[in-house]
Design a binder for this molecule. Sequence first.
Ligand code: PMV
Length: 359
Amino acid sequence: MRRVVRVLTRAPSNIALIKYMGKKDAANQLPDNGSLSMTLDRLCSFVELSIGAGTSDPVEWLPELPEGAPAHARVPELEGPGILKVRRHVERVREAMPSLLEAFGLGASGDGASRQPFVLRTANTFPQASGIASSASSFAALTLAVAFACARDPDGFNKIYLENKSLVRALAALSRYGSGSSCRSFEGPWVEWEGEETHGVTSGLPELRHLVLVVSEKLKRVSSSQAHLAVKTSPLWQGRVERATARRVSLKAALALGELATISRIAWAEAWEMHSLFHTASQPFSYWEGGTMDLLQWLAPAMQGDSPPIVTLDAGPNTHLTCLSEQLEHWKGRIQRDFPGISVLEDQPGVGARLVQVQ
Ligand code: PMV
């Protein structure tokens, strides 16, 4: 058994085709409706956690690149409230770990390491405001890092983590308290979140590629917490849970059969509906920039084709496009030709949060 002194984890972001928008129970972070997302791969967060590294603060976050993260990764700009949210989540996971470990026949760190100060360094491989949920990837990577730091036998813990989906899902449920959508970043590629539970969803689709079309890197003015409340003031909120649920059921069936045109149609309708909720709230707001509308109108005709791309937007101005891998060059070429100024991030479906190193 070795004493853990440093842990490095990585977790990808995920993009929802059926959105989590609206909380049924804010204290327990329970959504009004179930959601379904695709886990990404290289668009991810890294968290480095060092134990007892000379600080008196129980949880200290340093604005430095984690050792072992790729050089192009960026350290997020975290201020007071953001740092506090991180600290609270670390404490929450630290509290929960002994009984969670015990439930899986694993021991908690016996030398008190889990009670020693933690020093954190975090980074994302994508720009903070690029329309990719950095809170999903960062809280998933953070939850996993704290979990490893609390385990007596990190290698045994990792073995079970890689084999046993119940452990993965128990950690996902814990992560949900830090950021709701982070619970979908623990497995992949397709994940459904309903109530307190997450699980994988079968897909019959061939190999896919993912593009994020970044029209703006401005920080969003309305946080997702504010959006979860505001949508309920829209007249379109009525019937929302039923519509999202019906779409989720249809999406799962279409995914299992690999019916791309149906998947694409459902995702397109769902993205427009979520943004319509924002646009029709009692105090209307929009995440869109001029470039968003240009892109959506440019993409609309492609939605009628036989193998359309899957297009969606998060709570931001940037557009996500998932296509068959054989169509990647076609889409990149068309985007470069018609939107030469736009920056495009490239990714693919992934497997979820993983340990990178433990020492
Ligand atoms: O996890 P939160 O509270 O940041 O909410 C995420 C909400 C959306 O990203 C807009 C939709 C989703 O399901 O990911």
